[in-house]
Design a protein around this ligand. Structure first.
Ligand SMILES: C[S@@+](CC[C@H](N)C(=O)[O-])C[C@H]1O[C@@H](n2cnc3c(N)ncnc32)[C@H](O)[C@@H]1O
Length: 400
């Protein structure tokens, strides 16, 4: 009986649907939901004009790489009980730890492996450090950050990470170039660290891997995105390693940090919102190039400058701030750095100096393609053989 009623209702619905002229239905939907000019195309046109000029002959190869599938790195989770097996498995798939292998290769070329007398930093924390690590890891590169990538031109993909017996995941997939800002920040034992724009949490997780900090403040102004950071921590880090007295997680406007806590931190990571170039080229969803977000996009350099100014206020004299983005845009990169240095000098009497990251990035020249020297900082350019980035990073030391 019930089946018969349902069939009748279904038949009636079908009849009523067929009464609507098909052409109009399609036309209405088209007119209301389909933008004439998709945001991805707008992004591409914008980049062709701006990056074509900025990068010249380099732009076509960067462009084609950004339109293709990106490459990932697998950040090994030292907190997983299966970390050793995970690394063996990654190795057996043909991936290698780019941090360790790039530094080792450079040392071999320069013949410094034997002579190096600098002690590695950040060898504290719950992780054993082998003698090999002591020989190969340069000061400033935490031996606890391990990120596996497939060799150049190898476009194999990593499988999703598996949980260990404690339900802790073995690795976190991210753009391997995103680790460069964390490595360049050079967190040392006991440091107080601020991660000003932390969500979804890839760099926070890398900072936690070092276990070098004394105290870590993790912030993101978006409540929903802060929840994503929490999710990452829950999936990767046992609770005792982010206890409230060591890790504070907030959802505040980072621009206010200078007023809230000035002259406080040893290290500040300012990984700002930007035009997220790759995402904007491939995804229309939530794109910053959507017409409804035009104003927001135009205001990005101002927001970025304000966030960097807040970071420079929050750091102690003598401490370092790392500014980073995932855009190629000079307006959002070098110009923001330049403007923020002016603002802190004029308004707060703070002097900041750009640190030379040349020697640091040279270590990773086998894994990433770097742009010919930008005015300030360093820029990873996507390339089909090494399809990471774009990532811009600039390190600033607050002199006083
Ligand atoms: C590029 S993402 C950060 C990525 C993150 N560091 C990571 O590695 O996963 C930029 C973040 O800045 C946040 N944000 C935007 N405006 C902000 C503000 N005024 N204060 C703090 N965070 C802000 C956004 O919610 C976004 O999550």
């Amino acid at each position: 009986m019930a089946a018969r009623i349902n069939t009748r209702i279904l038949f009636r619905n079908l009849k009523s649907i067929s009464l609507i002229p098909r052409r109009n239905r399609v036309k209405t939907k088209w007119a209301t939901t389909q933008p004439k000019f998709p945001s991805t195309r707008l992004a591409l046109e914008n980049f062709d004009v701006n990056y074509g000029t900025q990068l010249g002959d380099l732009w076509p190869s960067v462009r084609v790489a950004m339109l293709c599938e990106r490459k990932y790195g697998a950040l090994v989770n030292n907190f997983s009980a299966a970390a050793e097996e995970v690394m063996e498995e990654l190795q057996s798939q043909g991936a290698m730890d780019f941090i360790c292998s790039d530094v080792l290769q450079r040392d071999e070329v320069q013949g410094t492996t034997e002579e190096q007398d600098d002690k590695p930093l950040s060898v504290n924390g719950p992780f054993p450090t082998s003698e090999t690590e002591e020989e190969t890891v340069r000061p400033g590169l935490s031996p606890n950050i391990k990120c596996f990538v497939f060799p150049k031109s190898d476009i194999s993909r990593f499988k999703p990470a598996r949980p260990d017996s404690n339900r802790t995941l073995g690795y976190y997939l991210m753009d391997a170039a995103s680790l460069l800002p964390v490595l360049a920040l050079d967190v040392q034992e006991g440091h107080t660290v601020l991660d000003l724009c932390a969500a979804p949490g890839g760099k926070t997780l890398a900072l936690l891997q070092t276990q070098a900090f004394g105290y870590l403040a993790v912030n993101d102004s978006s409540v929903s995105r802060k929840a994503r950071v929490l999710q990452v921590l829950q999936n990767y880090v046992p609770r005792e390693y982010w206890s409230d007295d060591r890790v504070r997680i907030t959802s505040l406007d980072g621009r206010k940090w200078g007023e809230l806590e000035s002259d406080t931190f040893d290290r500040v990571l300012v990984d700002v919102p930007c035009t997220t170039d790759r995402h904007s080229l491939l995804e229309a969803d939530n794109s910053i190039f959507n017409r409804s977000r035009n104003k927001e996009r135009q205001m990005l350099p101002l927001l970025q400058t304000e966030l960097l100014v807040a970071g420079l206020q929050a750091v102690q004299p003598g401490g370092d701030v790392l500014y980073s983005t995932c855009t190629l845009s000079q307006l959002q990169n070098e110009y923001v750095v330049e403007r923020a240095m002016q603002v802190v000098q004029e308004e707060f009497g703070i002097t900041a100096q750009v640190q030379d990251l040349g020697p640091f990035t040279q270590l990773f020249g086998d894994t990433f393609r770097f742009a010919p020297k930008p005015r300030f900082g360093e820029l990873v350019l996507p390339h089909l053989t090494a399809n990471f980035g774009p990532i811009y990073l600039c390190k600033l030391r607050r002199v006083h």
